[in-house]
Design a protein around this ligand. Structure first.
Ligand SMILES: CC(C)=CCC/C(C)=C/CC/C(C)=C/C=C/C(C)=C/C=C/C=C(C)/C=C/C=C(C)/C=C/C=C(C)/C=C/CC(C)(C)O
Ligand SMILES: C[S@@+](CC[C@H](N)C(=O)[O-])C[C@H]1O[C@@H](n2cnc3c(N)ncnc32)[C@H](O)[C@@H]1O
Length: 368
């Protein structure tokens, strides 16, 4: 009954909103003009989104963020830095100004805007934008990607996502470096939202080249730490721990977390940006392997962008829905589904934990 009422309401609402007469009336009436302009603007952003993304991409690729990091820069100097004609540089900067990346100053000088300044503090986003070239190549024909069932150019980049094996040093280098560069978007959210100091030995499964474990080591001095990843990636982590003087504090293990087994003897396992990479069957196998590796009472901490992130729904089923399709495996899941999967894998309880920025990180904590 409730859904029948809702359907009727939606049908009437959509008939009204689609009517050119109503749209003209709403745009002219002083009562509805503001709402109508807002709706038109939101629809325009939806239509033009790719152009905005390419403005950001050109701005970063031209090296403007770094050139303007220390303060205002004259237009000529920016053109010189970007190897662009002055008029083209001015066009790019005017476009970037509408996106809050830059602001014009007197004397033909430009300074970073609010969004530009925020990017300066999040270098991982800059790397993300650069690698979007691969995603957008796959999205050039989105229906073809859907019909094919996924697995585009991006699948070659994320070597483990295809059927081609675990990857050698060269094949894991690109994605491992991207993950390390973007780990600051995630690590502090997770560490701020869970009391890791309560554990004695923590294992980061799918730990990449060790960026999360290193941040944990810096911020939580007590527990012994270890990471686990494919052998070629674990070797990168080991080299990083050595050069950071942390090889005594953090152990690196190579292996396959789907076929298992995982190293035993840890009372806490973390899974950061891992589960969403995998379809349901392998994701469940991974959770079962973790369950088997933990002692009774042990804890699993899952941190990744989740599909029901408050205030950031588009990040889930829009961005990661397409991203993971192009990559060739996995899907973004809401916290409730992750909780249900953890229980199916044998965990006695699981709960969602809120973070400061659900856009980049949602969390579920499960108890064995
Ligand atoms: C002080 C004044 C003047 C005013 C105060 C008002 C105020 C509070 C202003 C806010 C200023 C502020 C602190 C801004 C902060 C902005 C932040 C933190 C922005 C963060 C943005 C994060 C973004 C855009 C993250 C993007 C992440 C992306 C695109 C991640 C992609 C991840 C991928 C592709 C992962 C792949 C891994 C795989 C394969 C799926 O497993
Ligand atoms: C998206 S990355 C996340 C890395 C890191 N946790 C982070 O957040 O930066 C996924 C990681 O899982 C690893 N991985 C994928 N399949 C694996 C498998 N079957 N066994 C072990 N590690 C695997 C990859 O090598 C990669 O380092």
């Amino acid at each position: 009954m409730k859904d029948g009422w809702r359907e009727g309401f939606i049908a009437r609402r959509n008939r009204v909103l689609a009517s050119p007469r109503f749209q003209r009336f709403a745009a002219r009436s002083w009562l509805t003009r503001r709402v109508a302009r807002g709706k038109a603007s939101a629809l325009f952003d939806l239509v033009a989104g790719f152009v905005y993304s390419q403005t950001l991409s050109a701005f970063l690729e031209a090296g403007m963020l770094d050139r303007m990091a220390a303060g205002p820069v004259p237009l000529d100097a920016l053109a010189d830095h970007a190897s662009l004609p002055v008029e083209a540089t001015a066009r790019l900067l005017r476009a970037a100004a509408t996106l809050d990346l830059v602001e014009p100053l007197a004397g033909d000088r430009w300074v970073l805007g609010g969004a530009g300044a925020a990017l300066l503090g999040n270098r991982g986003i800059v790397e993300m934008v650069a690698h979007h070239r691969l995603l957008y190549a796959d999205l050039a024909d989105p229906l073809a990607l859907l019909r094919k069932g996924g697995g585009g150019t991006l699948g070659g980049y994320w070597h483990y996502a295809g059927a081609s094996g675990e990857g050698d040093a060269a094949e894991v280098a690109g994605y491992s470096a991207l993950m390390a560069a973007s780990q600051p978007l995630v690590a502090d959210q997770v560490i701020d939202s869970y009391r890791f100091a309560a554990h004695r030995r923590i294992l980061d499964v799918g730990g990449g080249e060790g960026a999360f474990a290193l941040q944990l080591a810096r911020r939580v001095p007590e527990p012994a730490l270890a990471m686990f990843d494919l052998p070629a990636v674990a070797a990168r982590a080991e080299a990083r721990f050595e050069s950071a003087g942390m090889a005594d504090r953090i152990a690196a293990h190579g292996g396959d977390f789907i076929t298992g087994p995982l190293p035993q003897g840890h009372d806490c396992i973390t899974l950061i940006r891992i589960l969403h990479d995998h379809d349901d069957a392998p994701a469940l196998r991974l959770l079962r392997n973790i369950h088997a590796a933990l002692p009774p009472g042990g804890t699993l901490v899952i941190g990744e962008p989740m599909a029901d992130a408050p205030g950031a729904k588009r990040m889930g089923d829009a961005y990661f829905g397409w991203y993971l399709l192009a990559m060739g495996s996995g899907r973004p899941r809401p916290a409730a589904e992750i909780i249900a999967m953890a229980k199916t894998a044998g965990f006695s309880g699981a709960r969602s934990v809120s973070t400061a920025l659900p856009l980049t990180t949602g969390m579920v904590v499960a108890r064995r």
